[in-house]
Design a protein around this ligand. Structure first.
Ligand code: KG4
Ligand code: ZN
Length: 358
């Protein structure tokens, strides 16, 4: 069985073919560089770029796989949540292929792509505890099965990646912020700045990064004339120290809430074996190390997709599509792309929620 997956929900145009033998047959990905100058993704520019490149990206993935489009079994597309202009481009491309070649179309929740990717790259069985940390989302979930998610906690304001990106911008490091903060932090003193850990004593699994971001802003303002931080000059060592202190504070929050979630997970699912991290921020080695330690202490296994599959890619969409297809969950061609689509609402049998039973 071969599934084509298409991803276009943010600033990566990507396609991949995966097989039910857990093989990645071919993949192509274009990371849009047009947004760097703006310090963040510009939705209209993203949508135009997806439109321009989507056909070539699908062709490149098929060519690498040595598979013709009419040899695939189904086509999946990230159908939300995300920047709707881009999502529409990917969904229309997938529906056109499905219609022209008479293949099933599978609407995949982009978050489900992140959530299930570790089952392709690592040996992970259901149920598992998932920390999903990306540019738009930050959630702790129990993954019970395809389409069956129990959300234990979520951010009440910024996503983790969003916080990395905003702090990076304040420090003049650039976009995307995560890798740049991580690199700067390597030369920094993580104990130099005492930053807040919002909600750390809230007793639930929710997270908040807005206060942490504001605390960094206050520090940056100290280096600026008249409080204008748009052209602030910060000594390089201080940039590294702020980056390291911020990365530590944010990671502490994630770890604390994950430990809380582990208790719930263990009591509900004593047979569960894995803690999984996924999404763009899961590319962060500092966070991965800390999570690995938590797993060890809790007698659980730790799994994370390779770094290149943490950020958005076509492979994760193809894989989630494949898991759906194997269960018989396909979508109808009138499926409307969804700018918002909570993962825990994603019941496979609910028509219009990404799946109707074939
Ligand atoms: O999953 P993703 O590619 O797109 C969304 O679905 O949002 O995640 C992108 C986010 C960006 O905010 C980026 O700064 C962050 O992931 N990111 C990182 C790292 N690499 C990417 N954050 C921290 N450390 C990294 N190494
Ligand atoms: Zn993503």
């Amino acid at each position: 069985m071969i599934i084509l997956g298409i991803e276009s929900s943010c600033d990566e145009t990507a396609a991949a073919l995966v097989s039910d033998e857990r093989k990645i047959l071919g993949q192509a990905l274009l990371s849009q560089k047009e947004h760097i100058a703006f310090g963040g993704v510009v939705p209209e520019i993203a949508a135009r770029s997806h439109l321009e490149h989507i056909d070539a990206i699908v062709d490149a993935a098929c060519l690498q796989a040595g598979v013709k489009l009419d040899e695939i079994d189904a086509v999946a597309a990230a159908s939300g949540p995300g920047l709707i202009g881009g999502v529409v481009v990917g969904v229309m491309a997938a529906k056109a292929i499905a219609l022209a070649l008479n293949k099933p179309f599978i609407a995949v929740n982009h978050l489900e792509g992140h959530a299930l990717c570790a089952r392709l790259t690592n040996d992970v069985d259901y149920p598992y505890l998932l920390l999903l940390v990306s540019g738009g989302h930050c959630q702790i979930l129990i993954v019970k099965d395809v389409g069956q998610y129990e959300r234990l906690g979520t951010t009440i304001d910024d996503a983790a990646g969003e916080a990395f990106d905003k702090v990076s911008k304040m420090l003049g490091l650039g976009y995307p912020g995560g890798p740049l903060i991580e690199k700067a932090a390597l030369s920094g003193d993580e104990n130099r700045f005492d930053l807040p850990r919002p909600l750390i004593f809230s007793g639930d699994c929710n997270l908040s990064f807005s206060g942490l971001k504001t605390a960094v802003r206050r520090i940056v303002e100290n280096y600026a004339k008249n409080g204008d931080i748009s052209h602030v000059q910060i000594p390089q060592q201080d940039v590294c120290d702020i980056a390291a202190s911020f990365q530590k504070a944010l990671t502490d929050c994630l770890i604390k809430k994950l430990q809380k979630a582990v208790k719930i997970f263990k009591s509900k699912y004593p047979q569960g074996k894995h803690i999984v991290v996924s999404g763009g921020v899961a590319a962060n080695s500092y966070l991965r190390r800390k999570l690995e330690n938590v797993a060890k202490k809790e007698n659980l296994l730790f799994a994370a997709p390779p770094v290149r599959f943490c950020t958005d890619n076509g492979v994760m969409i193809a894989w989630a599509g494949l898991e759906r297809f194997q269960k018989g969950y396909v979508s109808t061609l009138d499926f409307k792309p969804r700018p918002r689509w909570p993962l825990d609402e994603n019941a496979p049998k609910a028509a219009g929620a990404g799946g109707v039973k074939a």
